[in-house]
Design a protein. Structure first.
Length: 154
């Protein structure tokens, strides 16, 4: 993986990910959200803009910080809410929180029948695995302009 300094920052649309304004995100591979790529995988260097320590709460946040991995395959956003998420921490935080950049990977292991299963991993800047997570997601149809307008008027 390239180092964070070698990766260009990306800004996620605020209407899709309001909390992302608290983070600096730098994709580490050519796979990008809504780029219509061949793989359902996203990998990025991420850090909190306020330089807070990456403790257990921070790691749990980072495990869910990237868009659903299916976004790497699609051109149009759609709702993909999490139905269930489990985070498994390693012993890497036993000596205290990590600091600075974390490498985050999310990939879709299975998608079909209106569901997707994403696995994510969070590593510290020195490449220690901090946590692995799995989440089940509901995959909904893309919002059409009429659907989006109806949702806003409800």
């Amino acid at each position: 993986m390239p180092e964070p300094v070698d990766c260009l920052p990306v800004e996620l649309p605020a209407d899709l990910a309001l909390f992302a304004r608290q983070l600096e995100i730098r994709p580490a591979t050519a796979d990008l959200p809504l780029a219509g790529g061949p793989r359902a995988v996203l990998v990025a260097w991420v850090r909190f803009r306020d330089d807070r320590p990456v403790d257990a709460a921070g790691v749990a946040t980072l495990a869910d910080v990237l868009p659903p991995a299916l976004y790497a395959r699609w051109h149009t956003p759609r709702p993909v809410p999490t139905a269930e998420m489990t985070v498994h921490f390693t012993d890497a935080l036993d000596d205290g929180p990590a600091h600075g950049w974390s490498l985050v990977r999310i990939r879709t292991d299975h998608a079909g029948g209106g569901w997707a299963v994403d696995d994510s991993a969070v590593w510290s800047a020195d490449r220690r695995l901090l946590a692995a997570a799995r989440q089940a997601r509901v995959v909904r149809e893309p919002l059409t302009p009429q659907t989006a307008a109806g949702t806003m008027n409800s």
